[in-house]
Design a protein around this ligand. Structure first.
Ligand SMILES: Cc1cc2nc3c(=O)[nH]c(=O)nc-3n(C[C@H](O)[C@H](O)[C@H](O)COP(=O)(O)OP(=O)(O)OC[C@H]3O[C@@H](n4cnc5c(N)ncnc54)[C@H](O)[C@@H]3O)c2cc1C
Length: 352
């Protein structure tokens, strides 16, 4: 069955990355996507945040995932001759003394230190960041996710390997050593279906969650410097490819509650601005979107073959997908083609 293609369900961030990783290893792929407008990959501001949270941690798949993902974005930029990852300093306003102490501890750890910039005292960014405790800089960036999805879409279409439709999980037939749908045969199905995976019976044992979130696109009344302003009140980040526009986000709803645009979230996000910027300009709201982050209760991504089935999965990327998905897609391709073990920090479908 070596010559059969893989069928990838979903061409969001995960499915796009997995398709490229398999194609680069000379495997064949067919990618199906239903174009759901609320797919998180279509609404994410694309913050590439290597270190985050009050304890200043790497995403679940660790320091290796962050470094390898960053490199992989740069590799794909060269390959497709398109700008995908924009480097921006993250000006992080510390939430208190403990966080500043944690920053100093992290500076002493080499894996963290290379992603950390200097600390600053309160008011050092006068007129910009609201930082009553001061803060520190994190070397981060922004992924132009729409440009990436378009690039992969064009690439797949140029070889006739892109299907524009929803594949119902019930249409997929388990033929033991391969899968079949509509008379076409595949070596295996790879589910990269994001939040929709929660209703996918093939993934029922995994316990995927959806964490709803809303994000605004805003146009400040006067020019704001192109930093990523970050703090406990959220973030304000440049909108790649949209000069003068920023993304203001994001809310976190209770798991598995509906993802929809609400006035309450809009008021909340705009109301947080004075806690983020010391003298926030008036912001015109240009757009307001809602979607769900695909997550797991363990907060770790799920990756690997489904036991005893011609199927595999990459899902549960959570809120920190940009610096995990490229690395995890490479790991999944190696796992499928060479039986390489799944990386640390990930859940195998059998144990999820
Ligand atoms: C408000 C918000 C802000 C976020 N901000 C950030 C951020 O700043 N940084 C960050 O790293 N992450 C962020 N995230 C998280 C990130 O966007 C997601 O983790 C990531 O996009 C998930 O990608 P995915 O490919 O797994 O899923 P998806 O984007 O959902 O892609 C799955 C694709 O599969 C398609 N599909 C599903 N089922 C089927 C089917 N049966 N047949 C055909 N097609 C199907 C869907 O239409 C979709 O296109 C944010 C998420 C939200 C909601």
């Amino acid at each position: 069955m070596q010559s059969l293609p893989y069928l990838i369900i979903g061409q969001g961030l995960a499915g796009s990355m997995v398709a490229l990783s398999l194609l680069e290893r000379d495997a064949q792929v067919v990618v199906a996507d239903d174009g759901h407008p609320q797919a998180p990959s279509r609404i994410t501001p694309g913050l590439a945040t290597p270190i985050a949270g009050p304890r200043l941690t790497f995403p679940p798949s660790g320091a290796a995932a962050v470094a390898a993902s960053w490199q992989r974005w740069r590799h794909l930029e060269c390959r497709f001759r398109r700008r995908l990852l924009y480097r921006h300093e993250i000006l992080h306003a510390a939430g208190g003394r403990e966080e500043l102490q944690q920053y100093h501890r992290r500076l002493a750890e080499s894996a963290f230190a290379s992603w950390l910039g200097p600390a600053f005292t309160p008011g050092a960014h006068d007129g910009l960041l609201a930082d009553p405790w001061g803060g520190f800089t994190i070397h981060g960036g922004l992924v132009d996710v729409p440009a990436f999805l378009r690039t992969v879409d064009e690439h797949l279409r140029s070889t006739g390997s892109r299907i524009d439709r929803r594949i119902e999980p019930q249409e997929l037939r388990d033929c033991g050593d391969h899968a079949e749908v509509g008379g076409a045969h595949y070596q295996a199905v790879i589910f990269c279906d994001g939040p929709a995976g929660q209703e996918n019976p093939w993934l029922s044992g995994i316990g995927l969650q959806r964490i709803p979130g809303e994000v605004l696109t805003v146009a400040p009344a006067y020019a704001v410097e192109p930093y990523i302003f970050h703090g406990r009140a959220g973030y304000l980040a440049p909108h790649p490819g949209h000069r003068g526009h920023f993304r203001l986000g994001a809310t976190y709803g209770a798991p598995d509650t509906p993802a929809r645009v609400t006035d309450a979230a809009r008021e909340h996000l705009l109301g947080q601005l004075p806690r983020l910027l010391s003298r926030p300009p008036h912001m015109e709201v240009v757009d307001h979107q809602a979607g769900a982050r695909p997550a797991t209760p363990q907060r770790a991504p799920v990756l690997g073959r489904l036991p005893e089935r011609p199927a595999a999965v990459l899902n549960g990327l959570g809120a920190r997908a940009m610096l995990q998905a490229p690395y995890l897609a490479e790991a999944l391709a190696e796992h499928l083609l060479t039986d390489a073990p799944i990386p640390e920090g990930c859940l195998a479908p059998a144990s999820a």
